[in-house]
Every structure is written in structure tokens, then in C-alpha cells.
Design a protein around this ligand. Structure first.
Ligand SMILES: Cc1ncc(COP(=O)(O)O)c(C=O)c1O
Length: 389
């Protein structure tokens, strides 16, 4: 079957592809025609760029049910937003709780602050399906706990965690919660007000279908973060320090308006198709993939079998085959692109028992068809036969 089909992209959890046509188009049109720098000069081109940024901010606020769009700062990606939240909020002596499913975008900034003697941390263990131990959480707070960090959906196994319950638990102790929605925004409904989220980091280039270089951080009114970057905002230039008001407080330097034009089209596309419809379709694809994988001799599939509590991500290993070699064969023999290894989440792999080798991760996207899955399963069966599993 080698070469029957090519270019099957199963790495949407890393970045989504293809994008809707309107995303390419909007970014291109913006770059060609709207050449003003938003918030800077007073001429009509700048004002047009300003209006675009305003529309993206309003659209994003509406998408997450955020009452005041000015509480969103645009960032380069989720990593940037998470760094902004962690380094902007925490002070010497603070204690932080985080789950074992966190990405290095959370783990590494925390480890740096801990190593420098600034903060203390406690990791909340998770089950081998990626569910945080809520009893452990209840007993882990200290008087100095200043932040709870939750990865909303695992990038390794797709498990969606009960953020509302965890945030309620944190709020009972006056602790704010930072939710990493890199894997959930654009897949499942997120409602800042209903879930009572204090800080939300999102990325534009995954399920929100925008270009790379886009993302953002929502900051609840009343929470003041020290800026991660300082510099020009185009406003209040007479101040020696970064302005106090949002979003300028966290947005120094020229924004990625081309990327944000694409992100606006990405969110528009999701709204036109309906987030619930997209989620239903992804659930069907994941269930189909999960079930067909279980057919393969020698396979171990990780993550919950129930599709209802997962995003469209599945991890597996095939016998003792090195996952990197498997990814290589999938690409070079069958034109299938997936991610292998630790997926920047070493403690998630320790939790599911796949550290240090990792897994093969399949993350279909909104344009994946069941016959793409069929082709992949056939390829995997062929590999299993060839390798004698
Ligand atoms: C759970 C999680 N958090 C954070 C990130 C970082 O996202 P970005 O690459 O947009 O910075 C990722 C990326 O894969 C992720 O899966």
C-alpha cells in the first residue's frame, strides 16, 4: 500500500493544518493592504489596523465569554502567555500547585523560579488516564499558596480535566487559577464567567485555526501582573514605566496584526461551523481511531476510552518498537505525519508509564476523514506484520 495516499497530517495538537481558506486569505489581505502599525501614528492606515485589533479582541472576548475585551493581552503563543502569568504574578515565598499533566511551558518557568529560591511548588499527581487527584489537591494548599495551574486538556492523552471543581477548591482558599487552554480552546466550550477562571492562556495556531505567532492571556479584573516585557505601546509615551492599564500593561512592542487577522478568520470559521458540531465530529473521529487501534496486535493505547472526556488526541506504542522509528516509517513509507517522543510533557509520561521513551501521538483535525484513519490503520497493521509483532 506504500504511496497510495500521501500527506495525512495527524499532528494538529502541535499546530493545526490545513487552515480554513479564509485564514490564509485574511492574513494575506491584511499584509498587503493594511500597513499601519496599530496604536501608533494617527493616520488612516494606523486607525484601520487599530480597528482590526479591536475586532479580534472583541471576537476573542466573545468566544470565551469575557466581559471586558481589554483584559486580554495578545501574546506570541501559549508559552508566552503562561510565562507572563507565572512570572508576572508570583513573588518571593509564594507556593504554587500544578498538575502532573503540565507542559514544559509551565514546568520550566516554575522550575526556574524554584531553583532561584523564589517559589515553592507541589505537583498534583494524576491517574494513568490523566485525571488529577482531587483529594491530594484538597490537602496540598498552604497559607502561602498563590496560584493553581491546570492544563485543561492533556496534549499527550487528550484527557479533559474538571477545571470548574478545581477552581472552586482554589477559590475557597482565595487562590487564583491559571488555566492552560492550549489543547482545549477551539475544541470545547470555555466560559470564563461560568468556570470562574482568573487567568487563561490560549494559543492561536492550534484548534483556533489561526497562524503561528498568535495567542493571548486573559487576566481577571483586580489581578495585577508585572509586565514580562516593557517598551512601546503607542500610548502614554510620557510615562517612564509601562502603563498600568490593560492591555498595554502586558503588550509592549508591535503586535502581530497579520497573524491576528488570520486568527479572527479562524474563530469566525469555528463559529460558522459551530463549536459543538466540531466537537461532535472530533469525538466521532477519536472514537473511531481508538477502536480501530485496539484491533492491532501488540498495541498499547493510552488515555481514557471514553470520548466524552477527551479532545481528539490518542497516544500509543506498538510492541517494543521505538516510537521515533515508527514515526519515521509512517512518514517515509506512508506519508503520515505524527508526533513521537515526550511531547514536551515529561511528567505526563511518567504518569502514564511511558517515560523516557514516549509514545506515538495521533491528533486528527477538523478536516480529517474516516478514510484517513482507515489508511493509517492499514499502514500500522502492515508495519506490525513487517516488524514481526
Ligand atoms: C498543553 C500545552 N500547553 C502549552 C503549549 C505551548 O503552546 P505554544 O506552542 O502555542 O506556545 C502546548 C503546545 O503543544 C501544549 O500542548
Amino acid at each position: 500500500m506504500t504511496g497510495n495516499k500521501n500527506n495525512i497530517y495527524f499532528d494538529n495538537a502541535a499546530t493545526s493544518w490545513p487552515k480554513p481558506e479564509t485564514v490564509y486569505h485574511s492574513a494575506e489581505i491584511h499584509m498587503r493592504s493594511a500597513f499601519g502599525n496599530p496604536g501608533r501614528s494617527g493616520h488612516t492606515r494606523t486607525l484601520a489596523a487599530d480597528r482590526l485589533i479591536y475586532r479580534v479582541r472583541e471576537k476573542t472576548a466573545d468566544f470565551f465569554n469575557i466581559a471586558d475585551p481589554a483584559r486580554i493581552a495578545f501574546t506570541l503563543n501559549a508559552t508566552d502567555a503562561l510565562n507572563m502569568a507565572i512570572k508576572g504574578l508570583l513573588e518571593k515565598g509564594d507556593h504554587v500547585l500544578y498538575t502532573a499533566m503540565e507542559h514544559n511551558a509551565v514546568l520550566r518557568p516554575l522550575t526556574r523560579l524554584k531553583t532561584e529560591g523564589i517559589i515553592e511548588t507541589t505537583m498534583i499527581p494524576c491517574s494513568d488516564e490523566g485525571d488529577p487527584d482531587l483529594v491530594f489537591l484538597e490537602n496540598a494548599y498552604r497559607p502561602s499558596t498563590r496560584l493553581l495551574i491546570i492544563n485543561h486538556a492533556s496534549n499527550v492523552v487528550g484527557t479533559i480535566v474538571p477545571i470548574k471543581r478545581m477552581i472552586e477548591s482554589a477559590h475557597q482558599r482565595g487562590v487564583p487559577a491559571l488555566v492552560d487552554t492550549a489543547q482545549s480552546a477551539g475544541c470545547i466550550k470555555i466560559d470564563i464567567q461560568a468556570d470562574d477562571i482568573d487567568l487563561l492562556a490560549f494559543t492561536g495556531h492550534k484548534s483556533l485555526l489561526g497562524p503561528t505567532g498568535t495567542g493571548g492571556l486573559y487576566v481577571r479584573p483586580g489581578l495585577d501582573l508585572k509586565p514580562l516585557r516593557e517598551g512601546g505601546t503607542g500610548s502614554q509615551s510620557e510615562l517612564d514605566l509601562q502603563p498600568e492599564n490593560m492591555p498595554e500593561r502586558l503588550e509592549a512592542g508591535t503586535l502581530n496584526s497579520t497573524g491576528l487577522a488570520g486568527l479572527l478568520a479562524g474563530i469566525d470559521y469555528i463559529e460558522d461551523r459551530g463549536l459543538d458540531n466540531i466537537h461532535d465530529q472530533e469525538k466521532k473521529i477519536r472514537a473511531y481511531l481508538y477502536e480501530r487501534l485496539l484491533d492491532i496486535k501488540g498495541i498499547t493505547v493510552f488515555g481514557p476510552p471514553e470520548t466524552d472526556r477527551c479532545t481528539c488526541v490518542v497516544s500509543f506504542n506498538l510492541g517494543d518498537t521505538d516510537c521515533g522509528s515508527l514515526g519515521h516509517i509512517l512518514e517515509n513509507r506512508y506519508g503520515i505525519f505524527c508526533r513521537t517522543g515526550l511531547h514536551c510533557a515529561p511528567y505526563a509520561h511518567r504518569t502514564i508509564g511511558t517515560f523516557p521513551a514516549g509514545t506515538v501521538r495521533i491528533s486528527p483535525g477538523i478536516f480529517t476523514k474516516t478514510d484517513d484513519i482507515d489508511y493509517f490503520i492499514k499502514a500500522l497493521k502492515e508495519i506490525a506484520t513487517l516488524t514481526g509483532i
